[in-house]
Design a binder for this molecule. Structure first.
Ligand code: SAH
Ligand code: TMP
Ligand code: ZN
Length: 409
């Protein structure tokens, strides 16, 4: 039993994935001996409905100067963040005198660049120094500290309050969430908004997309759990918008309480959540069973292909795939290598099960019989590119929402 990070009540884990390494911890063979492992387990709080990890990893072990995730590796995500920036400009910055935008977890500047190029006042907060450096080299104003209430006070005295505080795939990474929300509350102008998006627990439940569960994701949000959290800080959810990114995400818009009109979409989404049973422990017990079945299906398929002598290569050395490979025990005898376009990952090995990560050219120059799609959230972008431009004729293996083989046509 552990205590809820939001409301401090007792929570019980509903699934354990056993010992897991750092999801983005791609490593050299010299580093195998000292690789770090922790227990990956998820619990549900029956009081405030927050789904969360029950054991946490120190932030410095995950976010540092060799952080392997560069946001700008996907074209689809670049387009998504251009649209996100446009949405903020149209809805919240228009006609404002000298607006100010803050982004937490701004990474390589994939979103803030669209504010910087129009000379809109902005500040990125990005503690992983290697990715922050890319943003800074593109003239994006960035601090490399971790955001929390203390940093919020520093920012407040240096820059003043913001019209919009943004975050994508970062709020769910921060277990000291009360400090973060208290800091954001200080930084928001009276009519200012917090707009953030993260993988949505409703999609995880509906698609059995359990690979969203790893060390960096301390929380799995719903509209209900977010609203409960925000109300503790005299803030409230004023709008929501489902997103296709990262296999299904939710964008939340938050404002000071009793200040904004609340969109009818909030109530509608809460109804959908009740129908999905996101407030019930039973839903998560059933998810745990589906996760177990999914693992059985994937292992059986990969072992059968090996028996038949087929070549299987994985596509995309994602952080998500670390949970899949370690939980399903997918080792280099089942997968020849993982193809990835990120230079910092190439020549290294996948965390825990140590499958070699190779440059995309190795895939392109010697197509396998099957490609196991670890980057399934970019399926459309990848499959279209491979089929139309690069002549891939092999098959694809996917496992979300179900384990299946897809023909390349
Ligand atoms: N927003 C980008 C990056 C998401 S990855 C995108 O959606 O693609 C999460 C990022 O949050 C990492 O770059 C990590 O270094 C950063 N991060 C982690 N903890 C943080 C904190 N306390 N404050 C600000 N950024 C943080
Ligand atoms: P993500 O799912 O966390 O966004 O990570 C995607 C990973 O997949 C990242 O390491 C880059 C890699 N990738 C490719 O190798 N080829 C591609 O075409 C795309 C879109 C991603
Ligand atoms: Zn709780």
């Amino acid at each position: 039993m552990t205590n809820c990070l939001v409301c401090k009540n007792k929570i019980k884990p509903f699934i354990s994935f056993g010992k897991q390494p750092i999801a983005n911890g791609f490593l050299t063979s010299q580093e195998f001996q000292k690789e770090y492992f922790y227990n990956l387990a998820v619990g549900f709080c029956p009081i405030c409905t927050m789904v969360q990890l029950t054991e946490l990893v120190d932030r410095e072990k995950m976010f540092h100067t060799n952080y392997a995730f560069f946001s700008s590796t996907s074209r689809g995500m670049a387009k998504h963040f251009e649209e996100f920036a446009q949405f903020i400009k149209n809805k919240y910055l228009k006609n404002k005198h000298d607006p100010f935008v803050i982004e937490m977890g701004s990474n390589d500047g994939i979103m803030l660049r669209h504010f910087a190029k129009e000379e809109i006042n902005h500040l990125g907060i990005e503690p992983s120094k290697n990715v922050a450096r890319v943003a800074m080299s593109n003239d994006i104003n960035t601090t490399t500290k971790f955001f929390d209430e203390e940093l919020a006070k520093e920012i407040l005295s240096q820059y003043g309050q913001a019209d919009a505080f943004l975050g994508a795939n970062v709020m769910c990474h921060i277990p000291y969430i009360h400090s973060v929300i208290a800091g954001i509350k200080l930084l928001l102008k009276p009519k200012g908004v917090l707009v953030f998006e993260d993988p949505y627990v409703g999609d995880i439940v509906q698609k059995t997309s359990y690979d969203q569960i790893y060390d960096e994701h301390a929380f799995y949000f719903s509209v209900r759990s977010i609203n409960n959290l925000m109300k503790m800080h005299k803030l409230e959810v004023i709008d929501v918008a489902p997103q296709n990114t990262h296999g299904g995400s939710m964008r939340y818009t938050i404002g000071h309480i009793d200040t904004h009109k609340i969109s009818p979409k909030v109530k509608k989404q809460l109804k959908i959540e009740s129908a999905l049973g996101l407030h019930r422990p039973k839903t998560y017990a059933s998810l745990a069973k589906k996760i177990n079945n999914s693992r059985e299906g994937l292992i059986t398929l990969l072992k059968n292909l090996k028996k038949q002598g087929k070549r299987v290569v994985a596509y995309g050395a994602t952080s998500k795939s670390t949970t899949i490979t370690n939980y399903c025990k997918i080792t280099p005898d089942l997968i020849e290598f993982i193809s990835d376009t990120t230079p910092i990952k190439q020549g290294k090995y996948s965390p825990g099960t140590h499958i070699p990560v190779k440059a995309y050219e190795k895939f392109q120059n010697n197509h396998p019989d099957y490609a196991l799609l670890f980057a399934w959230n970019h399926a459309k972008e990848i499959m279209e590119k491979e089929r139309q431009k690069n002549g891939y004729k092999g098959k694809w293996i996917v496992y979300i929402p179900k384990v299946k083989i897809i023909k390349s046509v």
